[in-house]
Design a protein around this ligand. Structure first.
Ligand code: ATR
Length: 280
């Protein structure tokens, strides 16, 4: 039986073990998947211990996504662009990293929610690690423009510069804008990649950003609508979604990269929604 794990701190809340157990049952793969509490300052040691104990790969969550990128000896294009990884695969002592968060977001938006990204005007709010991971996949999905806006404006500019360096072809579709300067500019999709919800707050978006038919997407999930989604509904967003689907889709991409089999995400997402008491 091949061993996998998710490492983070804290980790007790992680739904990844049950998601991967469901994928394994569904696809007949003989794997185990456990939770590992990574010591702060002791990430590398914990990874090497799991690898030397026969582990085949790991998912990585907060606060270790940067450290995961740094420990790897090889990285995918999307991990390089994000400079962060949520996926590790071991081959002997070699560690390969990838970032499946962005494709998880895109798959949830396009496949599960049926919202076509091609040609849309997209707004990404936030410029931290979570935002970093999704910029390139959103550009690859064909958005017409991607505006990055952040409470601390310089960080939005720095993220745009970093992605423009990694993907020069996408440069002309990318821009950074201060939150107040968004007033009156309409977007077809607004994605919240800030951690503001953890403090029960919403980012200070000015009125008028939601175009008719627009989707508001919060990468964080929780019971009920997050402060960002409540604000979006009040401001006229046509559709709202939390990030539970993204969690399941990034897991499916990880499972596929490890096992070469693509699991069905719909039934797994349905079960999680029922557990959280969310409408299916
Ligand atoms: P993560 O890895 O979750 O992205 P992070 O790198 O610490 O965490 O980044 C947190 C992001 O949430 C940042 O974009 C932060 O904005 P600042 O750069 O201005 O700090 C954003 N954020 C956190 N709380 C916020 C709030 N109440 N309103 C708006 N943005 C907030």
């Amino acid at each position: 039986m091949d061993r996998y794990a998710v490492i983070g701190n804290p980790i007790a809340h992680s739904k990844s073990p049950e998601i991967h157990a469901a994928f394994a049952r569904q696809t007949g793969q003989d794997i185990s998947y456990e939770r590992i509490l990574g010591p702060i300052g002791g990430f590398d040691g914990a990874v090497m211990q799991f690898l030397r104990g026969g582990g085949k790969g790991m998912n990585v969550t907060l606060p270790f996504k940067l450290a995961a990128f740094e420990i790897a000896s090889s990285a995918s294009e999307r991990a390089i662009a994000a400079r962060a990884a949520n996926f590790l695969r071991f081959d002997g002592e070699e560690i390969h990293c990838d970032n499946t968060d962005g494709i998880g977001l895109v798959n949830d938006i396009e496949q599960a929610l049926g919202f076509v990204l091609t040609g849309t005007r997209a707004l990404l709010v936030g410029a931290g690690g979570a935002a970093q991971g999704v910029v390139l996949p959103l550009l690859h999905a064909g958005v017409a423009t991607l505006t990055i806006s952040n409470r601390t404006e310089e960080k939005a500019h720095a993220l745009v510069a970093m992605i423009a360096h990694a993907a020069p072809d996408a440069k002309q579709r990318l821009q950074a804008r201060a939150l107040p300067k968004l007033a009156g500019t309409r977007f077809d999709i607004v994605i919240n990649a800030t951690s503001s919800g953890l403090n029960n707050e919403a980012p200070a978006l000015p009125p008028g950003v939601y175009a008719p038919g627009s989707l508001a997407y919060d990468m964080v999930y929780g019971k009920g609508a997050t402060p960002f989604l409540q604000h979006a509904m009040a401001q006229g967003a046509a559709r709202c979604s939390g990030g539970l689907g993204m969690l399941v889709e990034q897991a499916a991409e990880s499972f596929f990269l490890w096992r070469g089999v693509r699991p069905e995400t719909k039934p797994v997402l349905q079960t999680l929604r029922q557990q959280l008491g969310e409408p299916g």
